[in-house]
Design a binder for this molecule. Structure first.
Ligand code: ARG
Ligand code: ZN
Length: 868
């Protein structure tokens, strides 16, 4: 069935108290739930029906008001009882088998421990309950189990009692004083140790903070714990939000569908976002740990204290919390580089979604399976939309808006509309038209043209369109803020930045000049998640790339230069001379980046990154409004490699001297991080231009590395080479890290992502490796998500890459539907790709669609991908 946003009805009952009792066992756990329920005074419903959601569970016994009750029935998985009267207690006993739970939703076993994942609809796999985010209840939980297997027993809130049984068992009772929806429930039982350190809040309360892991992982938890402390402090200072319990627990588990989960007082994390030390985690891994720890912590206010009324409002908590974690990371790591990285993620993951069959607004209108809507659109575009509000209001007024939002809705299940209204009232914005960002899917495109005005201004004309998306046509104009400045190419004068706001299909705005040869710098800092289209002289882009004072605009100009050249070349629009000219321009811009003394190495490394092949795919398929031009991933790949070759050849001397400068900067040096980024970039360029040199460089980097960033970077380069050093170092890496799951994931990923021509057969071999398993989501993704993002392998001429991914979906669907469904979107790109490949991709989708017994998750994604 399709669930629709407009059909929302409040639940006819409230559940003030929930008492749960767990008798824990890996393959059999008994759950007793005692609910106090009352009629919801806010609904008119007079039906006596009480519907308690269930999913694949059965009840052993139902008691109503203390008496055995036989008159219940089942509907789909739900339990129905009819209860005349105002208030009752409902007691239900269920049995579940956590070890059989390979979907990893509800209560499941991982590495000998038990843990839960309830968002969005996992609680109904544990016990019968109104499993919807607008039913808030206060939980008291008692659990017991064998002390040897489960020495640690954790739940939400505070531990209020504990004791030993006389049969080798022990028990603990937990109470969470904060009413919460069922999706925030969590329970963990296992053999765990903690890294702990207290945090003192701004009002002077001491919070015990623990990071729980298996003993062998304890040495890699300091970064997570420190990140938590930094997040707690930052949220007090930046958003005025203080933590509200005396205990904050984080548990790392190795089998997990997503990154992490913000359960009240008991976050459950994928180990990938907890464990880090220099020997096993890259700089990017350290940042990801910090970012995800912050994200889950920030949810305590944006998500838990104020939660969502229904799942259509998911972006209310996710978009806002992603913005909060981005702002935090900007403050921790540096604003310019973090902003560029966030835009890169948006373009790589969200723009394609917005342009494809799975496009949906940040607040969707309908779904079959809500798990399919934990998307880059809801999360990352959602964050961009709120960031635009912040840009228009200014940080200070925006804070007044968020203060009002938290004040007004604390303890409630709110809507996106509530959030917008609070920002309007508190920040003094008018957001009537801006609300379209919540309703309309698709990335707006803005065509920009300019001419010198009569006076002393530059007349800039903006024409915006929002493309049609599945189920949505003829959309209204968006309210779009843009930070702009007009520089002068002749004098080098930089114009002053101003914020303009577009509201019409077409409008012309006059901007002040800084000198006689105007160069428009637009969407500075990536103010709005839009695509800018403009005819600009290449000299202007070269100027912006070298001189713009906005670091993002500088990055963007370089990207533009490369995109223009690569899209034209891949579309076979360039003759010999045009091709040479395009490469020359990119090389010139690169040269100024390599030698600019004003850049730190971190920023230099960022600027040296060529546009990704996914972004080029979008640019190529989207550059023709009639939709006739299709993307040719193999051409894109070939041209991009050739451009790397050209840069490597033309700038060999400059690259060598930069490499020599950065090669021996120590790990802990403040410039170390930037140096590592630059080093690997250079080796990667040489891999295209001079493989022998690259092999020497990367082997040396690998052999001398004292950290994972250098080691992984070097191995990445070697993986693309047909050189004996490749196998030697792969083996050395495997031998060194055998048994460390997160690092072995990297070993799979590096090979699946590699530029080696035989990548497809490598992946087939790796799937047979003793360390490969379909049961662990990290491992599955490490091999196959990486492969699906490798154009050379995935888009192989004969369709074998598509077949491989379709086979993965079919094999994984019965085991873990949520993770299986995530593999559908690469195949969903078929409409925008040249016709032979399009046919092969579509055939694979059709093969999946006719398979019997498909999960709701995969069925929904496959049918949308075929229809859209
Ligand atoms: N709320 C979590 C987060 O973003 C994500 C959990 C999603 N889980 C799921 N099964 N869809 O922090
Ligand atoms: Zn989240």
């Amino acid at each position: 069935p399709v669930i629709r946003r407009e059909d929302y009805q409040p639940f006819p009952w409230i559940v003030p108290q929930t008492e749960l009792e767990f008798v824990l066992g890996i393959d059999s756990t008994r759950v007793t739930s005692r609910l106090t329920i009352k009629r919801n005074p806010e609904t008119e419903s007079i039906s006596p029906e009480l519907r308690l959601n269930g999913d694949g569970i059965k009840t052993d016994m139902v008691m109503i008001d203390g008496a055995r009750f036989g008159d219940w029935s089942m509907d789909e998985g739900d339990l129905l009882v009819n209860l005349p009267g105002e208030s009752h207690t409902v007691e239900i006993v269920t049995h579940i088998d956590p070890s059989a739970n390979t979907a990893l939703m509800g209560l499941f076993a991982s590495n000998g421990m038990l843990c839960t994942q309830c968002e969005a609809e996992g609680f109904r796999r544990i016990t019968f309950f109104p499993d919807r985010p607008d039913v808030l209840s206060t939980y008291r939980v008692k659990m017991s189990g064998p002390k040897d297997l489960f020495p640690i027993l954790l739940c939400n809130g505070n531990k209020v009692a504990e004791g030993d049984g006389n049969d080798g068992t022990h028990w603990a009772e937990w109470h969470d004083p904060w009413p919460k929806p069922s999706y925030l429930f969590a329970l963990v039982a296992g053999d765990l140790v903690a890294n702990s350190a207290p945090f003192t809040t701004q009002s002077g309360r001491e919070v015990e903070c623990n990071v729980w892991v298996r003993e062998e992982d304890l040495a890699r938890t300091d970064h997570a714990l420190q990140s938590l402390h930094r997040s707690m402090k930052w949220d007090e200072e930046t958003f005025g939000r203080e933590y509200d319990l005396d205990l904050y627990n984080i548990v790392a588990v190795s089998d997990f569908n997503m990154g992490a989960m913000e359960n009240k007082g008991l976050n459950v994390f994928n180990t990938k976002y907890v464990l880090a030390d220099p020997d096993t985690a890259t700089d990017a891994d350290f940042d990801a740990v910090e970012g995800v720890i912050a994200h889950e912590y920030f949810h305590n206010w944006s998500g838990n204290r104020v939660t969502c009324r229904d799942w259509f409002q998911l972006s209310l908590k996710e978009g806002f919390t992603v913005l909060r974690d981005q702002l935090f990371s900007q403050d921790m790591q540096g604003e310019a580089v973090k902003r560029i990285e966030d835009v890169r993620i948006l373009r790589a993951a969200q723009f394609p979604e917005d342009a494809g069959p799975l496009a949906h607004p940040i607040r969707p209108d309908s779904y079959r399976e809500i798990s399919n809507f934990y998307t880059a659109t809801v999360y990352n575009k959602g964050a961009e939309v709120i960031r635009m509000m912040r840009t228009m209001a200014g940080a200070e007024d925006f804070r007044a808006g968020t203060d009002l939002y938290f004040d007004r809705h604390d303890g409630e299940a709110a809507t996106c509309e509530d959030f917008i209204t609070a920002i309007e009232d508190g920040a003094g914005l008018e957001l009537a038209q801006f609300r379209r960002w919540y309703r309309q899917a698709g990335t707006p495109r803005i065509e920009v043209s300019q001419k010198l005005g009569d006076g002393d201004g530059l007349d800039v004309t903006f024409r915006q369109t929002v493309p049609d998306t599945p189920g949505q046509k003829n959309k209204g104009a968006m309210h779009i803020p843009l930070r702009v400045a007009v520089h002068c190419r002749e004098t080098g004068a930089l114009g002053e930045e101003q914020l303009i706001e577009l509201r019409h299909d077409e409008q012309t705005i006059s901007l002040p000049l800084a000198g006689p040869v105007p160069v428009l710098s637009i969407n500075r800092g990536f103010t709005a998640p839009v695509i800018i289209e403009r005819e600009l002289e290449s000299e202007d882009l070269v100027f912006l790339a070298a001189k713009d004072d906005d670091p993002f605009a500088r990055y963007e100009a370089l990207q533009d230069l490369a995109v223009r050249h690569l899209v034209a070349a891949a579309s076979r629009e360039l003759d010999q001379a045009g091709r040479a000219e395009g490469k020359r321009l990119v090389c010139d811009a690169f040269r100024s980046i390599l030698s600019d003394p004003a850049l730190d190495h971190s920023m230099r490394g960022e600027l040296m990154m060529l546009p990704s092949e996914t972004y080029l795919f979008e640019a190529m398929a989207g550059s023709d409004p009639a939709g006739i031009r299709k993307a040719e991933p193999l051409e894109i790949h070939k041209e991009r490699e050739q451009l790397k070759t050209a840069i490597g050849v033309t700038l060999k001397r400059e690259l060598e001297s930069l490499y020599a400068q950065v090669a021996d900067i120590p790990y802990d040096d403040p410039a170390g991080r930037g140096a590592r980024k630059v080093k690997t970039q250079i080796a990667a360029l040489f891999a295209a231009s001079d493989p022998e040199r690259a092999a020497v460089m990367a082997s040396r980097q690998f052999d001398q590395a004292d950290n994972m960033t250098d080691r992984q970077g070097a191995l990445m380069v070697l993986c693309g080479l047909q050189h004996p050093a490749r196998e030697e170092r792969l083996q050395a890496f495997y031998d060194r890290y055998q048994g460390n799951a997160l690092v072995i994931d990297k070993w799979f990923t590096l090979q699946a992502l590699s530029l080696h021509p035989e990548v497809l057969s490598h992946v087939k071999t790796l799937a047979e490796h003793a360390d490969f398993t379909m049961k662990n989501p990290n491992r599955v993704r490490s091999l196959y998500m990486a492969f699906a993002g490798n154009p050379q392998g995935f888009h192989a001429q004969d369709g074998s890459g598509y077949r491989m991914i379709a086979d993965v979906i079919l094999a994984l669907d019965p085991i873990n539907p949520q993770t299986a469904a995530r593999f559908v979107s690469p195949l969903g790109k078929w409409r925008r790709i040249e016709s032979v490949k399009a046919g092969l991709m579509k055939a694979e989708l059709e093969r999946i669609a006719v398979t019997e017994g498909l999960s709701r998750d995969t069925f929904e994604q496959v049918s949308r991908s075929l229809d859209g």
